[in-house]
Design a protein around this ligand. Structure first.
Ligand SMILES: Nc1nc2c(ncn2[C@@H]2O[C@H](COP(=O)(O)OP(=O)(O)O)[C@@H](O)[C@H]2O)c(=O)[nH]1
Ligand SMILES: [Mg+2]
Ligand SMILES: [Zn+2]
Length: 294
């Protein structure tokens, strides 16, 4: 009888599919997929028989880096220190995740490295983002935030994001020591770039799944237009109906509600400056660097 499950791994044309009871199957796709131009991928919900995948459900979303379908949320890992916390990085990642229509969960890690006064000062600013997103403070050293990460990832397909060294692998190991994922100290000792061609796999993480390859690793906006960016700032979008101009870019227009809110402190200073930075970065992009003309 046909069964249903989720693809969690693809290696050498063979798929690993897990069913409701956590049983694993190694399967191949039927030729029919090539004809219908459907390439089953990790994250897909599929119907299968003894040895083959026979149908793929419609995807709720589709990522290309990494190649994963049906992602429920992105765990965006930002270090509080080493490297220093950066609002610009946070807002760049948030923009790209929003543009892909996926829910971001903000994780501020390495909180053990801050003095309590420093941490309170950081939290006072990050508080602004809590109106928009879930924010979890975490430490792989003290395990602060571990239960919150377990709760929020439960029954979800999660993808990690965040700069190299932010603490992504350490977070995974802190949640589940059996994962034993390489962290920075180790990969640097082995030499860089060794594992760049790794396959994509969803690994069991608490009671959910997580991609072992981080997403959004290229913080590039080559495929975006500057005046699209405003749609990926949900806080701006809410206010924008009151802007005087219909197609307000919130950069220079008179009667702009976002600029007003920035000036009166209703929008976090860093947040608006990051928006402007990203906007200008895209404006200054030379067409020759665009992927579509390469
Ligand atoms: N003190 C402290 N160090 C951490 C924490 N998380 C990660 N690190 C360190 O930060 C460095 C980078 O961590 P890693 O997990 O490899 O980052 P990744 O590149 O995002 O996967 C390593 O030296 C870790 O030991 C944390 O919560 N507290
Ligand atoms: Mg890592
Ligand atoms: Zn405006």
């Amino acid at each position: 009888m046909d069964k249903k499950g989720r693809i969690i791994k693809l290696i050498g044309g063979l798929y690993t599919v897990v069913d409701d009871t956590k049983k694993r199957y190694t399967l191949k796709p039927l030729g029919i997929f090539r004809h219908r131009n459907i390439q089953p991928k990790v994250g897909d919900l599929v119907t299968f028989n003894e040895d083959s995948i026979i149908d793929v459900e419609d995807r709720s979303n589709d990522l290309y880096r990494p190649m994963i379908a049906n992602v429920d949320q992105v765990l965006l890992v930002n270090s509080a220190k080493k490297p220093d916390f950066s609002f610009l990085l946070l807002d760049k990642f948030l923009t790209l995740i929003e543009a892909n229509n996926i829910l971001p969960i903000i994780i501020i890690t390495k909180v053990d490295l801050l003095e309590s006064a420093e941490l309170e000062a950081l939290k006072a600013k990050i508080n602004y983002y809590e109106k928009l997103y879930t924010v979890i403070y975490f430490s792989a050293k003290t395990f602060e935030g571990k239960q919150e990460v377990l709760d929020i990832t439960k029954n979800k397909v999660n993808v990690l994001a965040g700069q190299t060294g932010a603490g992504k692998s350490s977070l995974l190991n802190a949640i589940d020591p059996n994962l034993n994922i390489e962290t920075n100290e180790i990969s640097e000792a082995l030499g860089r770039g060794k594992h760049t061609t790794r396959h994509v796999e969803l690994i069991t993480f608490g009671e959910g799944y997580i991609a072992d390859t981080p997403g959004f690793s290229k913080l590039e906006f080559v495929d975006y237009q500057a005046d699209q960016i405003r749609y990926y700032f949900p806080d701006f979008f809410k206010l924008s109906s009151k802007c005087k101009f219909y197609e307000c870019t919130h950069i220079h227009e008179p009667g702009c509600e976002i600029i007003k809110a920035y000036e009166s402190g209703g929008i976090l200073k860093e947040r608006y400056e990051d928006y402007k930075f990203i906007y200008n970065e895209i404006k200054l992009q030379k067409p020759i660097y665009r992927r579509d003309v390469k």
